[in-house]
Design a protein around this ligand. Structure first.
Ligand code: SF4
Ligand SMILES: [Zn+2]
Ligand SMILES: [Zn+2]
Length: 297
């Protein structure tokens, strides 16, 4: 197959756009798409100090690479969750550190064992929540804490189009209007102790971010998935969407982008009751102690 732009050998065929692209034109288009998301959804400005949450996987490392490539001030944060099965955390941490060294970029590593004497599996055993539920609370808290303590103005995560479309489908199937209202490429900080969050890869599929990572020579964890991801609802949603996409290319992107245009119909404007500050960490919460502080107590 030949590139639709220059007739060199194509490395990817994007059926939804009826485009085949060579390495150079694919990379150019990838960067353009990220720039378009940043501009259309007002995600970042060149004055921002961006903290990129990196997991060692393709999406977060591709995101960090793109932001550096586009000239943003972007530093990384790796949270060592202590997920030991198949050495998942150890291997992904090494990939994140190696990437930072190659790009001469700063990576902050937070080790849950050192900070709180706990790991995600250990915290989950003491909780009634699922492992992923616990992990989500811990990651959100720690990402926000580091961003705030170290003066970053925005937190960027590597969520791609497949992630966003699958969450959207799951929320729609349950008509969870509260979560639908909160799903956006940029989440503003509604409290002084919160840092805004952005998802600059939201218009690019998992296949595109994986291809970008390979083309850019990024060494990411591809042979391992987090062992707790098996059977997650998001995987079922992704499979369903992939089947639809197979029959009708472009549906995933259309589904997500059209939702963003109509998102305001779900937005609960200013009805986030009075926020209390957690008595331990000071972050906004609805009870005396936030979910994170209750978990690590
Ligand atoms: S799959 Fe679950 S436990 Fe594993 S990193 Fe993701 S949220 Fe955490
Ligand atoms: Zn080309
Ligand atoms: Zn707290």
């Amino acid at each position: 197959m030949r590139c639709s732009r220059c007739s060199r050998r194509a490395i990817i065929h994007l059926r939804s756009y009826r485009l085949a692209l060579c390495e150079e034109h694919f990379t150019e288009r990838f960067l353009k798409t990220v720039k378009r998301a940043i501009k259309d959804y007002r995600l970042l400005s060149k004055r921002d100090r961006v903290l990129v949450a990196v997991s060692g996987g393709k999406d977060s490392l591709a995101l960090w690479d793109v932001l550096l490539e586009l000239g943003y001030s972007a530093e990384g944060l790796y949270i060592d969750l202590g997920i030991g099965r198949e050495n998942y955390s150890e291997i992904s941490k090494r990939k994140a550190i190696a990437f930072a060294e190659q790009r001469n970029a700063r990576l902050r590593v937070v080790d849950l064992r050192e900070e709180y004497g706990a790991t995600i599996p250990k915290l989950a055993r003491r909780s009634t929540r699922s492992v992923c539920g616990v992990c989500g609370i811990v990651k959100r808290h720690e990402m926000n804490r580091i961003a705030l303590e170290e003066g970053y103005t925005v937190l960027a995560t590597g969520h791609n189009l497949d992630d966003e479309a699958s969450v959207l489908l799951a929320n729609l199937l349950r008509w969870n209007t509260e979560l639908l209202a909160r799903q956006a490429p940029r989440l503003e900080a509604w409290h002084p102790k919160l840092v805004p969050k952005v998802k600059p890869l939201c218009l690019l599929t998992e296949r595109e971010t994986a291809t970008y990572a390979v083309v850019r020579g990024i060494d990411y964890v591809y042979e391992l998935e987090c062992p707790h991801s098996e059977g997650a609802t998001s995987i079922t949603m992704k499979e369903a969407l992939n089947r639809i996409e197979e029959r009708s290319p472009g549906t995933k992107l259309y589904f997500y982008r059209e939702f963003l245009k109509r998102r305001s119909m779900f937005a609960p404007p200013e009805e986030r009751g009075e926020a209390i500050e957690c008595e331990v960490c000071g972050f906004p919460t609805t009870s005396q102690r936030c979910a994170f502080c209750r978990l690590v107590a």
